[in-house]
Design a protein around this ligand. Structure first.
Ligand SMILES: Nc1ncnc2c1ncn2[C@@H]1O[C@H](COP(=O)(O)OP(=O)(O)OP(=O)(O)O)[C@@H](O)[C@H]1O
Ligand SMILES: [Mg+2]
Length: 241
């Protein structure tokens, strides 16, 4: 059985069909890339999966059970959560408290603190656990966001551009982290514009264009698909590489 099964998901915003009949399923433990031009519907799709946006049509099954219509914290409790492309932390609070609050979904405060420290360790931020979150750099805030998502104990983790603004060393660290999460049995869907990262870490790549699934295959198949090159890759491959 697939850990995630999506069938016929559509969502309209006024006159804009943001998602159009999106279907695919993901076996447990895969790293799946989700790519496509700006405005293709990637973030909208992630938001729909985790219950922030309700689909007009379609089904979403996590580990065999429907999650459509559930609130985000319920979906997270079932085991699927996402990071936010525009990270919004509690700026006045410590890094640790920002992560700890996510852990309260499954744990009492003491256990959530333990778990939060483990997650901060995992993303390489243990040393700054007691700093004020509002003072962090953008790449650090993106890592806190990742630790927050991890602290909910996900089976399926959706990462929305967590590598944006990272330098090559930091990017490599996040790529290693993604692989190690998969080795722990977590299934990952990864939205990124960094094609080199996508091509390196993903078992499979989905391409969205104008809300429609344009391609679904291995990184190699997708990179050589003329429709994908036309819609996305051809335009500025150099810039993204
Ligand atoms: N809440 C909303 N209300 C109305 N339109 C929206 C809403 N959210 C997204 N859209 C529109 O839906 C389309 C898809 O946006 P989305 O943010 O999902 O794209 P994306 O693929 O994540 O783009 P990017 O690569 O720039 O992050 C865009 O045209 C966007 O303006
Ligand atoms: Mg987006």
């Amino acid at each position: 059985m697939s850990i995630l099964e999506v069938h016929g998901v559509s969502r309209r915003f006024g006159g804009l069909q943001a998602l159009s009949d999106v279907s695919f399923s993901v076996p447990q433990g895969q790293i799946v890339g989700l790519i496509g031009p700006n405005g293709a519907g990637k973030t909208t799709f992630f938001s729909t999966l985790v219950g922030l946006i309700r689909p007009d049509k379609g089904s979403i099954r996590l580990d065999g059970e429907s999650v459509v219509g559930l609130k985000p914290h319920k979906v997270a409790h079932r085991g699927m959560t996402k990071t936010f492309q525009n990270v919004a932390l509690f700026g006045e609070s410590s890094v640790l408290d920002n992560v700890l609050t996510a852990g309260l979904l499954r744990h009492d405060v003491d256990a959530a603190r333990e778990e939060a420290l483990k997650c901060l360790d995992r993303v390489g931020l243990r040393a700054i656990a007691h700093q004020q979150a509002g003072l962090l750099s953008f790449p650090e805030r993106a890592r806190v966001e990742l630790a927050r998502a991890l602290c909910t104990g996900p089976k399926v983790l959706l990462l929305d551009e967590v590598m944006a603004a990272l330098n090559p060393v930091e990017m490599q660290e996040v790529m290693d982290l993604i692989r190690s999460l998969r080795d722990d049995g977590i299934t990952l869907l990864v939205v990124e514009h960094h094609m080199r990262a996508i091509m390196t870490i993903c078992d499979r790549v989905l391409v969205l264009n104008f809300g429609k699934l344009l391609a679904d295959g291995t990184p190699q198949q997708v990179a050589n698909d003329p429709q994908v090159v036309e819609a996305y890759l051809g335009k500025s491959m150099e810039k993204r590489a």
